[in-house]
Design a protein around this ligand. Structure first.
Ligand code: ADP
Length: 347
């Protein structure tokens, strides 16, 4: 049957009732003495209008009950005690259709999001296991070699212990980074925004890298002399951003290279750039660089650098916590520039 509107079905039903009641009352009147066409017509009409109204009330009540049940199932309960569970009965069906469509879309989006999270979780655990396996295996190897005689061998015992100790440092650094990123996600609302001088903060972090930078002959500097520039942000977390970016610029920078920090005042924000003239990053790696545990193949193979969480932490601080942006541009063998924005402090 075609998809008729219930009202039309009722109307057809009432029309049929009219014809039938017309025929039956006609028969009754024909056999009675005072047959009058107009009274037959009138009584049939009254019967069919009555039938129409009764049908309408009953069907509408039936639809309302069913819809109430449906609304309850899809979780669209009353918002206030006075509010009806289902909207105005006249537009019930249209409203219900719209609501259901909306509900289906919401559920579909939710399912897509959950699937994405699940895939991410699987990849994350896989990466975590991989990152931890490497140093654990190497510690196991060194300890076994030492136990199997290496301990008495003066030429290797110290070296193997030092290597095992380096591997434990690596595990500690992965765990610290993990701890950091988890803490940030759990306490994401505990941001302490203050107004601070970003030039001063950058200088502080550069100073803290004096030793590792000089070991590699890397010069850390501003592109020019800056007066104070005030921004709004969580100072310790922005300090972490500088720390991770500067550490990377030294790590992946070349021997005797340079790391330069620049500031660009823009409309409502200050853009800060941390550039190096190091190994650079290939274009294919750039879109995944900020993912947790993502490390460029060479870094992974050479087992250099940190846990692959440094940039994920930076992105989380800038984009999720401060609602600002971070971007990278890089050319292999030329160098990389990481640029992030922060809200300018009002004078
Ligand atoms: P990691 O702890 O391994 O340094 P990050 O999240 O900080 O992890 O960086 C991810 C990867 O991005 C690194 O493994 C490295 O390959 C690459 N990378 C980061 N910063 C730079 C840089 N300044 N120059 C070249 N490559 C970089």
């Amino acid at each position: 049957m075609k998809n008729y509107h219930p009202k039309n079905i009722i109307l057809i039903g009432a029309a049929i009732t009219f014809v039938l009641s017309f025929l039956s009352t006609s028969i009754v009147y024909i056999f009675s003495d005072d047959f009058s066409f107009s009274s037959v017509l009138l009584s049939s009409a009254i019967i069919s209008v009555g039938a129409y109204l009764i049908f309408i009330i009953l069907i509408q009540r039936f639809i309302d009950d069913k819809l109430k049940l449906l609304y309850r199932v899809i979780g669209k309960g009353k918002k206030s005690p006075n509010e009806s569970l289902v909207p105005d009965t006249k537009n019930n069906l249209k409203e219900a259709e719209k609501e259901t469509e909306k509900w289906v879309n919401e559920r579909q989006n939710e399912i897509a999001r959950l699937k994405e999270q699940e895939a991410f979780r699987r990849e994350f655990l896989g990466n975590l296991a991989h990152e931890l396996k490497t140093p654990v295996f190497s510690i196991q190897g060194y300890i076994l070699t030492l136990l199997e005689g290496g301990l008495e061998d003066e030429s290797v015992n110290r070296k193997f212990l030092e290597r095992a100790s380096k591997a434990t440092d690596r595990i500690t650094s992965i765990l610290n980074d993990l701890d950091e990123i988890t803490k940030m996600e759990v306490n994401r609302f505990e941001l302490h925004i203050t107004t601070f001088d970003i030039v001063e903060l950058a200088q502080e972090v550069m100073d803290s890298f004096d030793l590792p930078a000089s070991e590699k002959g890397v010069v850390l500097k501003f592109n020019k002399k800056y007066e104070s520039i005030f921004v709004n942000g969580d100072r310790p977390r922005i300090s972490q951003v500088f720390t991770n970016l500067i550490a990377n610029s030294i790590h992946y920078g070349k021997e005797n290279g340079t790391t330069t920090i620049r500031f660009y005042p823009m409309d409502d924000v200050i853009m800060t750039e941390v550039s190096d003239n190091g190994s650079g990053i290939e274009e294919k790696d750039i879109p995944r660089l900020f993912e947790r545990f993502y490390r460029v193949e060479q870094s992974r193979n050479r087992n250099e650098g940190g846990s692959g969480l440094g940039l994920a932490i930076v992105k989380h601080i800038i984009e999720t916590l401060h609602k600002q942006t971070i971007a990278v541009r890089s050319t292999p063998q030329v160098g990389s520039t990481f640029a992030f924005t922060l809200a300018k402090a009002k004078k």
